[in-house]
Design a protein around this ligand. Structure first.
Ligand SMILES: [Zn+2]
Length: 446
């Protein structure tokens, strides 16, 4: 018998790899934070002597969800900026509020609130983009969550840095600080094409290539951002050498055929954030057309100021319904006539998008995102014993179309249970909520 820390037996397991597979009455053996094996429960009990046996008889176990675009600190602005017009929302509501209130404490408190929100809805890893990334990283480390912290790069002055030099210096120092951390990784995060000049983007590209760091950037979120100075944003990024597999482009709502061909040739990934795009009136990202071009999709919630929650389960449902209801065909027909029929996306496709695709886009495809031996045991367990999720013919479709976040029973990150039977184990939720209320009182002046 082999000693392991934990054996988790579940009614169903969706390992994500191989694609589409659903395992009945299987178990995951976990030791020192990593997956040792995924096998039939009967065999697992013969082979392993676990320190802890976890039995989840009406549950499905799958990899933790990977949220590829968040602004965690903005949880403190949940509901504070409700304009349905993107420019007004960003420039007249969000920026003035953040200019007034933003500091390291704001980022720490907002991030902890966001982590509580994400963990209890099954997310085990998120990519963040915000000023004071060191405060975000500290909170991620303190709560034992996993995150890829965006190192902000701008040409303009903010409360965090004065110049592109200073952003890059501070960001790369943070990268060094967390170089060997198993839970915190970093990526370069130039905010958006209009916020950074060519020289700065060229430096971002050099740093990304040297350090093999992913790069993330808002791209073509609103109609007004498609062109900068008469040049299409994607053409400019191509000219600067940024369209590569290292790039995770956020939004990509307003794209034409040429943009899609450029994106596909570069091998970039997309962080699709449908709820934020819908709420701010920005439109619908043509995911089926992007996918038909072979471009990898991932899912993000964006910040709570435009969503207004950080549940990737909800995001997945919105994305799946939108993609089947609004099926964008590639714009240009092939020479022989009609455009090809766009293949429908399945619930398993969406589960992969919300897990493994996200992990890959963040440079963690070998470490998380599916239940393979040696990967980190980042797991999410969902109880299907509810009126609205029984009977079960198709587990994947039940998760995508019917499950609610309250059914997330347990969440592990690197083998550590951060949610246990619905309760957060490493976060004092009462204290987090108290601090959130205090911020709301200060920000609203009440
Ligand atoms: Zn964003």
């Amino acid at each position: 018998m082999q000693h392991v820390d934990t054996l988790i037996a579940a009614r169903w397991i969706i390992p994500i790899e191989p694609h589409g597979s659903v395992l009945d009455d299987h178990a995951v053996a976990v030791h020192q934070g990593r997956i040792v094996a995924v096998l039939p429960e009967k065999q697992a009990r013969e082979r392993f002597m676990p320190q802890q046996l976890v039995e989840r008889r009406s549950h499905v176990l799958l990899p933790g969800l990977v949220n590829t675009h968040a602004h965690a600190a903005m949880s403190l602005l949940r509901g504070a900026a409700e304009s349905a017009h993107f420019d007004h929302w960003l420039q007249r509501q969000v920026w003035p509020l953040e200019q007034r209130w933003l500091d390291a404490d704001y980022v720490r408190d907002g991030t902890e609130l966001a982590i509580a929100d994400m963990l209890t809805s099954g997310t085990t890893c998120f990519a963040d983009m915000h000023l004071f990334p060191e405060a975000t990283a500290q909170m991620v480390a303190a709560t034992r969550m996993r995150a890829c912290i965006g190192l902000p790069v701008l040409d303009g002055r903010t409360v965090w840095a004065d110049s592109a030099d200073e952003y890059l210096d501070r960001g790369l120092r943070l990268h060094d600080e967390y170089r060997d951390d198993p839970l915190v990784t970093t990526m370069l995060a130039p905010y958006a094409p209009a916020a950074v000049g060519d020289a700065t983007l060229a430096r971002v590209r050099r740093a990304a290539d040297e350090l093999e760091l992913p790069v993330t950037m808002h791209l073509n979120e609103s109609r007004g951002e498609v062109e900068v100075g008469g040049e299409r944003a994607l053409a400019r990024l191509e000219r600067l050498g940024l369209l590569s597999p290292l790039l995770l482009a956020v939004h990509m709502v307003h794209v034409d055929e040429e943009d899609m061909e450029r994106a596909a040739a570069g091998g970039i990934s997309i962080a699709h954030c449908p709820q934020s795009n819908l709420k701010l009136g920005n439109g619908v990202c043509p995911v089926t057309a992007l996918r038909a071009h072979g471009i990898a999709l991932t899912l993000g919630t964006d910040g709570a100021a435009s969503n207004n929650d950080l549940s990737l389960l909800d995001e997945m449902r919105t994305a799946a319904l939108l993609a089947s209801g609004v099926r964008h065909a590639p714009v240009v027909a092939p020479d022989d006539g009609e455009p090809d029929e766009v293949p429908a996306m399945t619930a398993h496709d969406w589960l992969q998008i919300a897990t493994l695709n996200g992990a890959r886009a963040l440079g963690m495809g070998d470490a998380i995102g599916s239940l393979l031996p040696d990967k980190w045991a980042d797991l999410c367990c969902i109880d299907l014993a509810r009126a609205h999720t029984q009977p079960v013919y198709d587990v994947a479709s039940q998760i995508v179309y019917a499950v609610s976040r309250e059914q997330v029973s347990d969440v592990w990150v690197a083998g550590r249970a951060l949610v246990w039977q619905g309760q957060l184990t490493h976060i004092d939720l009462d204290d987090v909520l108290r601090r959130a209320r205090r911020w709301q009182q200060r920000i609203s002046g009440k």
